[in-house]
Design a protein around this ligand. Sequence first.
Ligand SMILES: Nc1ncnc2c1ncn2[C@@H]1O[C@H](COP(=O)(O)OP(=O)(O)O)[C@@H](O)[C@H]1O
Ligand SMILES: [Mg+2]
Length: 120
Amino acid sequence: MDVVKVRQLVRYHAKEIGLGIVDQTRITTAASELFRNMFLYAEGGDVLMDAGIYNDHKAFIITCIDRGPGIEDIEMAMKDGYSTGDGMGYGLPGSKRLVDDFYIESTVNQGTTVRIMKWI
Ligand SMILES: Nc1ncnc2c1ncn2[C@@H]1O[C@H](COP(=O)(O)OP(=O)(O)O)[C@@H](O)[C@H]1O
Ligand SMILES: [Mg+2]
């Protein structure tokens, strides 16, 4: 899998599930950043896509799971411009701004899970 294929797959399912073109682009862009991070920092991982009901909203749900090094300080990692590499540091905070729900969980030496949702 590469970022282009993941983008295509996310967009396909986002459209299929009934998201408008703007929201399709938002969730696709958000998921791309998470996918990029999994490859950069964790040598890849899994991308799960689902539909469901969350807090009374019909939701398109994407969960990115890796078993990489984990994130030591999530609060820092969520700040604009913070990068431990030579990235721009806008991947995680940018992704959060593009979706309706954002959840991140990470354990050092175990891995990282990020779940994003867009209301349908
Ligand atoms: N899946 C991940 N596994 C380990 N560390 C991660 C992961 N995703 C993000 N990080 C850490 O969080 C920081 C911020 O991520 P991000 O906002 O995407 O910025 P960037 O990728 O440009 O550095 C990264 O520099 C990295 O240290
Ligand atoms: Mg990034």
